[in-house]
Design a protein around this ligand. Structure first.
Ligand code: 5GP
Length: 139
């Protein structure tokens, strides 16, 4: 049995959190080290693995539904101009808590949060990547 993550403990109310929304399938609470004012995390209540790769879509569906419902309202509440919805999957992607979770990060004009840098990839290389990905998606 793997060690419980902090989010699993939050779900069981064993660790305190600032819950802002809850329904049958999802719980949303404030990120304790936010990237922006109003940064909220949304987690599934059902059985999960570590991230999107090993979690059933039926467990994640309530999370996406909750994000759709609450993100515009959070943005209005903190008077943001937009928001990012982010899910880090795997250590290389910046995942640090290994339970699936989706970030809602409010964005403010001129907030200085830089987007990811672009990489150099030729049209031919992109086409070759597409071939590999299409083949993988047919498996
Ligand atoms: P990750 O990098 O795994 O996608 O994001 C984990 C997020 O969880 C981070 O933004 C971090 O600030 C937040 N976090 C880590 N520990 C806690 C905690 O104990 N409580 C809350 N509310 N957020 C946490």
């Amino acid at each position: 049995m793997p060690t419980e993550t902090i989010f699993q403990k939050i779900l069981k109310h064993e660790v305190p959190s600032e819950v802002v929304y809850e329904d049958d399938g999802a719980l949303a609470f404030m990120d304790i080290v936010p990237n922006a004012r109003g940064h909220v995390l949304v987690i599934p209540k059902g059985e999960t693995g570590e991230n999107l790769t090993d979690t059933d879509e039926t467990a994640m569906a309530p999370v996406w539904r909750a994000v759709h419902h609450i993100a515009p309202r959070i943005i209005e509440a903190v008077e943001a101009a937009g928001f990012n919805v982010i899910m880090n999957n795997g250590h290389a992607a910046g995942q640090r808590v290994f339970s699936p979770h989706v970030h809602i990060v409010p964005r403010f004009d001129g907030d200085g949060l830089e987007p990811w840098p672009k990489i150099e990839r030729s049209v031919e290389e992109i086409a070759a990547d597409a071939v590999i990905i299409r083949a993988a998606l047919k498996e």
